[in-house]
Structures are given as structure tokens and as C-alpha cells.
Design a protein around this ligand. Structure first.
Ligand code: NAD
Ligand code: TYD
Length: 347
């Protein structure tokens, strides 16, 4: 099986590539990633032993020629992780969100149609559904989409485009919508890695608003196994929610991290709330469980313990992000060695 994975140098995409390499000896991956601030080739160091089964190409999913070049190689599936993914950045300026999340998805869809790619998997998010009240049941696939942030709106737009290519052109597409992920290799601008790395340095932990917003957490490797299942067995045109029923208030996550690291709660600093801050997300993944037999394997407690340990053990990884040194990795190492020959698509 040959996959084109986009955004494979980000948090979930890199975990997915590692999962596929470890799980299947017959899977080859072309990884198309622009290496924005969120893309980090150092995330793929564990893929090195798999040699040429993983090929990195630096490029933009919105660049038609690059995408057409790669699809001419006839992958069996395109899995689209590439995105601008941080809500706070979308509030500051959403241009790049429109460019990548909407325009990029459209370019991929058009090229998949042209090259008759057998399947397109769109990696989406629970945030397209909007916000739940405390007493409401978790989102099912039948909930209306009702995005509240520019990020969520751009992801919802992409979902609608993907759906329309199925309805209009009969393309085989599937959409996954997952809850908040945590685990190794997450960029330290998101809640859990930011709080762990700040606490490790005795920096303040900025908690938005009253800290009582609720997120539903899933370990990234459980998410990757779910994508794998949907990619192989999902019904064409369908949406699959992914989640592991682990809803927590933000403040409880922050307190848990402080306790685990033996740091004082005086590090907590309540700051101005995020505009339009969704109060609660919660996912019902019953369809995925019953139709595709997926079930999460990592409890929140085990996953968080493992994640905190990972950040303690990989200080160099996140310090290089904090200082910006990670941005030189491509030029310094990859560009000069195997990457030079590898990094441009040949058409
Ligand atoms: P991330 O920000 O860590 O990684 C995004 C990757 O996409 C980076 O490697 C970046 O370089 C690449 N990229 C950005 N623009 C690109 C472009 N124009 N062309 C090619 N590559 C580009 O994101 P993530 O947390 O790994 O999320 C991956 C996907 O999963 C996203 O689509 C996101 O919406 C979705 N998702 C994320 C979560 C979560 O909790 N992180 C939850 C549900 C769904
Ligand atoms: P985040 O990791 O940005 O994910 P998302 O907004 O996609 O759910 O934020 C998770 C929750 O944590 C969200 O309710 C906002 C809150 N948060 C803070 O309180 N402080 C922070 O510094 C960050 C980054 C997030």
C-alpha cells in the first residue's frame, strides 16, 4: 500500500507515519509537508530505520503542480492532515487558515479526482460542531456543524468541500472528526505540552477565563489507530467521530500536571479569556466502535503519565522549538544529506 500523507511533520501526522511504519511492513509513505512553524522534521527521527519506505517532500498542498506530480505516482490513499491547527493563531489572522485548510483541500481533491485516487481521507475535528452546554449529550455525526472560531470555520468548510466531491463526482472520501489529542511530539503552544514545559521551567501557566472549559481528550496513538481503521474500512462518503470519553475541565488538567511534576499551584495565572471560547466539546464515537470495531487502548491516566515523562525525557526536542533552532534542521541536516535528492518531487 502506498500512501500520500500531507502534514506528516506535524504532531498527529508524524505519529501516524510512525504508527503505519511500525504496524505494517508493506506500507510506503510519501510525506508532503510545507514545514511551517508547526512542521518539524525532527519528529520523524524514529522513521529513519524504515529507510526509503518514508519519503519526505517539502511542498504546499495548495501548489497544484507539486500535488499533481506526487499523485501521478498513484498512491492508493491520500490522508490529509496538513492544516493550520491553532485556534489562537486563527483569531490573530486567519489568512493562512483559508489558504491551507480550504484552498489546499480543494487542490488535493481536484488532483485526486484527476488521477482517480481510490480514496481520500480528510482529518477533521470535533470543533466543527461548535460548543456544548454542560447537560447536552456528546456530539454524534448527525449534529449540525456550527463552527465558532476561524480555525473551526475553515475546517468545516473543508469538510463540506470533501462531502461535495463525493456527492457531485462520486469520489471515495471519508472524514474523521476527532476530539483534542495529547501525547508525544505535540507543539508546545497547545494546552497540555505548554503547561508541562512551562511547569518544568517554573514559568507561569496561563489559564484562559475561569478554567472551567471542558475538552474531551484522546491519546494521539489511539487517534492514529482510528484513522487507520477508517482509512481501510470506513464507508465511502461517511463521517466518523473519534473520541475516548475523557472530558475534563482545563483547570483540572493543569492541576494534574502540577501535581505530577511536584510544582506549586501558585504557578497558575488566570488570564483574559479567548474570544468566542467554546465552553465544552464531547464526542460520541459509538459508530466507529460498532461499525469498525475500534476501541481506545490508552487510559487518560496512563497516557498523561507517559506524556509527562516523554516531555521530561525529551527536553532537547522542545527547547529547540522554544529557541527556534528546530527551524534549521531541514537546511542543516536533511538538506545537505539524503534530503537534497529526496526533497523535490520528480515529474
Ligand atoms: P500541527 O499544526 O501539529 O501540524 C500541521 C502540519 O501541517 C505541520 O507539519 C505543517 O508544516 C503542515 N502544513 C501546514 N500548512 C501546510 C501546507 N500548506 N502544505 C503542506 N503542509 C502544511 O497539527 P496537528 O495537531 O498534527 O493536526 C493535524 C490535523 O488533525 C489537522 O488537520 C487538525 O485540524 C486535525 N485535528 C487536530 C487535533 C488536535 O488536537 N491537535 C484534533 C482533531 C483534529
Ligand atoms: P488548545 O490546546 O489550544 O486546543 P483547542 O482550543 O483546539 O481545544 O486549548 C485547549 C483548551 O485549553 C482550550 O479551552 C483553551 C485552553 N487554553 C488555556 O487555558 N491556556 C492556554 O495557554 C492554551 C493554549 C489553551
Amino acid at each position: 500500500m502506498k500512501l500520500l500523507v500531507t502534514g506528516g511533520c506535524g504532531f498527529i501526522g508524524s505519529n501516524f507515519i510512525i504508527h503505519m511504519m511500525e504496524s505494517y511492513p508493506d506500507v510506503n509513505v510519501i510525506n508532503l509537508d510545507l514545514l511551517t512553524y508547526a512542521g518539524n522534521l525532527e519528529n520523524l527521527q524514529d522513521v529513519a530505520p524504515y529507510g526509503s519506505r518514508h519519503r519526505f517532500v517539502r511542498g504546499d498542498i495548495s501548489d497544484k503542480e507539486t500535488v499533481r506530480c506526487l499523485l501521478a505516482e498513484k498512491p492508493d490513499v491520500v490522508v490529509n492532515f496538513a492544516a493550520e491547527s491553532h485556534v489562537d493563531r486563527s483569531i490573530m489572522d486567519c489568512c493562512s487558515f483559508i489558504h491551507t485548510n480550504i484552498r489546499g483541500t480543494q487542490v488535493l481533491l481536484d488532483a485526486c479526482r484527476e488521477y482517480k485516487i481510490p480514496r481520500f481521507v480528510q482529518i477533521s475535528t470535533d470543533e466543527v460542531y461548535g460548543s456544548l452546554h454542560a447537560e447536552e449529550p456528546p456530539f454524534t455525526e448527525d449534529n449540525q456543524i456550527c463552527p465558532n472560531s476561524p480555525y473551526a470555520a475553515s475546517k468545516a468548510s473543508a469538510d463540506l468541500l470533501v462531502r461535495s466531491y463525493h456527492k457531485t463526482y462520486g469520489m471515495d472520501v471519508v472524514i474523521t472528526r476527532c476530539s483534542n489529542n495529547y501525547g508525544p511530539l505535540q507543539f508546545p503552544e497547545k494546552l497540555i505540552p505548554l503547561m508541562i514545559t512551562n511547569a518544568l521551567q517554573d514559568f507561569e501557566l496561563p489559564v484562559y477565563g475561569d478554567g472551567r472549559n471542558v475538552r474531551d481528550w484522546i491519546h494521539v496513538r489511539d487517534h492514529c489507530r482510528a484513522i487507520d481503521a477508517v482509512m481501510r474500512k470506513g464507508r465511502p462518503g461517511d463521517v466518523y467521530n473519534i473520541g475516548s470519553e475523557a472530558e475534563f475541565h482545563n483547570i483540572d488538567i493543569v492541576r494534574y500536571i502540577l501535581c505530577r511534576l511536584d510544582k506549586p499551584e501558585s504557578l497558575i495565572r488566570y488570564v483574559e479569556d479567548r474570544p468566542g471560547h467554546d465552553r465544552r466539546y464531547g464526542m460520541n464515537a459509538a459508530k466507529l466502535r460498532s461499525e469498525l470495531g475500534w476501541t481506545p487502548l490508552i487510559s487518560f491516566e496512563d497516557g498523561m503519565n507517559q506524556t509527562v515523562s516523554w516531555y521530561i525525557e525529551h527536553e532537547m526536542w522542545w527547547q529547540r522549538i522554544r529557541t527556534g533552532e528546530y527551524l534549521n534542521y531541514y537546511e542543516d541536516w536533511y538538506g545537505k544529506s539524503l534530503g537534497a535528492a529526496n526533497s523535490k518531487p520528480k515529474c
